[in-house]
Ligand binder design. Structure first.
Ligand SMILES: CC(C)(COP(=O)(O)OP(=O)(O)OC[C@H]1O[C@@H](n2cnc3c(N)ncnc32)[C@H](O)[C@@H]1OP(=O)(O)O)[C@@H](O)C(=O)NCCC(=O)NCCSC(=O)CC(=O)O
Length: 450
């Protein structure tokens, strides 16, 4: 009986990805250079230093011409969003992507046993989960959860919650919905660390269907391996590096400090320490341990503390994650974040191409970003049966959540990338802002009237 119970429990704790759909808003919501220029031009609080900052950041951001903004921002009402604007942004996504997911998989709303929704910056009552239950007429016994305030890494927190909830029910289906609310959160002040968020965050969302039903394993695209969460919020700097706050004039926004990439690396290290033993071959772990031992011995022999400090830097022994992972699905938080992770893991340009291209095409769509990155890999035909995919997400807290999937089925859908994947990676990812606005750098003085 005990063996039977243990086997049943193991079966129930499996988690298979049946399919996922990334939201593609309508073309009239695209943020072209002209659209972004119009938002900046009508903001009367900005002066020459702010224009110069925006120009530099937008040019260097790695973001292209086709990301999406909410309607109120494009309509010139970014400073006065209504509750309806926030609901409308969510409804657009729910109506489009969840319906498509049901249509593609053949499952219906009443098949869903568990529903987990995450959006960090919008938490209406009734909840976003209830909005979906209402819109799609889900069963009254559906276990529905809405997560708010958990930042860009919440996609994997939702997945963790879905898997844990599935583990308590045999043969169940979970719908995981990850998005972010941009409409009510456009920052209209002049604090640079808060203006940065306007440059990076764009509309997007993903709907994901997972199950623990072993009968459906043959239909699944991937199977979830281990999922590890690290939260370094106990550290003051890490806690403050992505923060909703008021600026000196009382305008609320999300502040992204310059310390964020460093916090991301720190949270990443905390996460990888626990993840590595689960995903790497014993030979790689042994090699790393031996190198670490030798390095420590060498350091001990060195006489001065100064020399020791020098040699404990980035040149120390490094784990080769490619011994256990084939693809790196990294949160496209910004160029600096992608570069920091690339350096820490010793990755090459090919490994970070999916994250960079996602940033270019969709911007930072917060918690849903990682699904666009996965979709890029799938659309490019990179994912083969048996391949291991490492997903790494970062978010306010500060948190780093990661997981490993094994590809178990055919992955050849083009998804949201269908109409543009052949154009990626483009020869040149530069956007035309410098061409159009470089004259701002030639203007003398501190003020400018446009
Ligand atoms: C913004 C950048 C594209 C700029 O790239 P550059 O190569 O030009 O870098 P740079 O460091 O020289 O910055 C250019 C100018 O911007 C200023 N600058 C840079 N970062 C700043 C910040 N956080 N706050 C205020 N100013 C900042 C610099 O001082 C400099 O100004 P000057 O020339 O005057 O000195 C990059 O720094 C970047 O990708 N940063 C990380 C973005 C980020 O935080 N992403 C995470 C999003 S949050 C997320 O995804 C998770 C979550 O929130 O949950």
């Amino acid at each position: 009986y005990l063996a039977w119970t243990a086997a049943a429990r193991r079966r129930q704790s499996r988690c298979y990805l049946l399919d996922y759909v990334c939201h593609k808003p309508s073309d009239d919501r695209k943020v072209s250079t002209e659209a972004a220029g119009a938002v900046i031009e009508r903001s009367k609080r900005l002066g020459l230093p702010e224009y110069r900052f925006l120009l530099r950041v937008i040019v260097r951001s790695g973001i292209g011409e086709e990301t999406y903004a909410p309607r109120n921002v494009l309509d010139g009402r970014e400073g006065e969003p209504t509750h309806g604007d926030s609901l409308g942004e969510m409804e657009d996504f729910f109506g489009d992507s969840i319906a498509e997911l049901f249509a593609r998989t053949g499952f219906g709303p009443r098949d869903v046993d568990v529903l987990v929704v995450n959006a960090s910056m919008f938490s209406p009552d009734p909840s976003l989960a209830s909005m979906i239950v209402h819109r799609y007429g889900m069963r009254e016994d559906v276990a529905a959860y809405s997560l708010a305030g958990m930042g860009c890494s919440a996609g994997l927190i939702s997945l963790d919650l879905a898997r844990n909830t599935l583990a308590t029910r045999p043969r169940a289906l979970a719908l995981v919905v990850s998005t972010e609310s941009i409409a009510p959160n456009w920052y209209t002040g002049t604090d640079k660390s808060m203006m940065l968020a306007n440059c990076l965050f764009r509309c997007g969302g993903a709907a994901v269907l997972v199950t623990n039903d072993p009968v459906l394993r043959g239909r699944a695209k991937m199977e979830l391996g281990c999922l590890v969460r690290a939260n370094i919020a106990a550290n003051d700097d890490a806690h403050a590096c992505a923060l909703q706050r008021e600026d000196d004039d009382g305008t609320v926004g999300i502040s992204l400090s310059k310390a964020l990439p460093k916090a991301a690396v720190r949270a990443f290290a905390a996460n990888l320490r626990r993840l590595a033993p689960h995903i790497l071959p014993i030979t790689e772990l042994a090699r790393f341990a031996a190198q670490l031992l030798i390095t420590k011995k060498l350091l001990r022999r060195r006489a001065t503390a100064a020399t020791a400090t020098k040699h404990t830097g980035g040149d120390g022994p490094r784990i080769n994650f490619k011994t256990g992972v084939d693809h790196f699905c990294l949160h496209p938080g910004g160029t600096a974040v992608i570069e920091a992770v690339k350096r820490s893991l010793g990755l090459d340009d090919d490994d970070v191409e999916p994250a960079r291209m996602t940033l270019h095409r969709w911007g930072n769509t917060s918690a849903s970003s990682l699904w666009y990155v996965l979709s890029y890999m799938e659309a490019k035909g990179r994912l083969r049966r048996g391949d291991k995919v490492l997903m790494v997400t970062f978010g306010s807290g500060f948190k780093c959540n990661s997981c490993v999937w094994e590809v178990t089925g055919d992955m050849a859908d083009k998804g949201a990338w269908a109409d543009c994947i052949d154009a990626y990676p483009p020869e040149n990812t530069a956007n035309p802002y410098m061409e159009k606005y470089s004259w701002i750098n030639d203007v003398d003085g501190d003020s400018l009237i446009i």
